[in-house]
Design a protein around this ligand. Sequence first.
Ligand SMILES: *Cc1c(COP(=O)(O)O)cnc(C)c1O
Length: 322
Amino acid sequence: MSMLGLPTYQDVVAASARLQGYAHRTPVMRSRLLDAEIGAELFFKCENLQRIGAFKFRGAVNALSQFDERQRRAGVVAFSSGNHAQAIALSARLLGMPATIVMPHDAPPNKIAATQGYGASVLIYNRYTEDRERIGRELAQERGMTLIPPYDHPDVIAGQGTAAKELFEDVGPLDALFVSLGGGGLLSGSALSARALAPDCKVYGCEPEAGNDGQQSFRSGEIVHIETPKTIADGAQTQHLGHYTFPIIRRDVDDVITATDDELVDAMRTFASTMKLIVEPTGCLGLAVARRMKAQIQGKRVGVIISGGNVAIERFCSLLAG
Ligand SMILES: *Cc1c(COP(=O)(O)O)cnc(C)c1O
């Protein structure tokens, strides 16, 4: 941890050790067709094949495995209807502690069932009439539970950084790295690994065009808040970067570039047809932006983190048919 309380690459290294035996070391895949299309050597880090189907398992295990005895007994609480919920639920089960996941009443039933399937209790709240901050404070105060946020936490950031660390270890230095961006846990952690292992590698955050608060924040130097954006990239519908993620992104990331929903659907189709991979819309941000940056990455060695693969198959089909 640095003087500002920001995580460092040493924290990513420590996280790697904690993840041993819990997280998969996901494969790095290549595609000759995509190399030919873009004119670069592409290396895809497949976090869609991580446990729970997304990188978020890494940050969750790293955070929960550092709880002390009292925290373990009381358990963990998280607010999420997405991949963070499942990441916390499975990590808590593997580490033997109770988990409560607070979800909005209109969360998809299959997500609620998946989270309960991992052994977590699900607490439903009405997002129009109830205040989730108050619910969280009460759970924390009355039951002593520890709240783990989806991105703005040093242990979460350090855990997410282990995916890029593995990528550099497996393929060597890269000229550019493309990383999906929501609240910035994955991007800031990846940037810590890039700066340590491949100092000349350009690191790009890849964001949905409809929710470009990260790009605005990166370029203006202030955290910009937006309304929940309308995009198919549901893992990146965040309203703002975090107090830990933003300073790391400003310091260690080279730029933030956006992609449209249509470009995400094109990338989903390419992953399925060319690489036989099911990738959720948010997981397609890296490839969609790499395509946009084709001119700048000619002849380069390029990493792309496929951040997740959790999309209901019916939704996958209707997006491709749409
Ligand atoms: C959460 C998530 C993201 C965004 O990650 P942040 O750390 O919030 O930037 C990207 N892709 C997938 C699949 C996710 O689940």
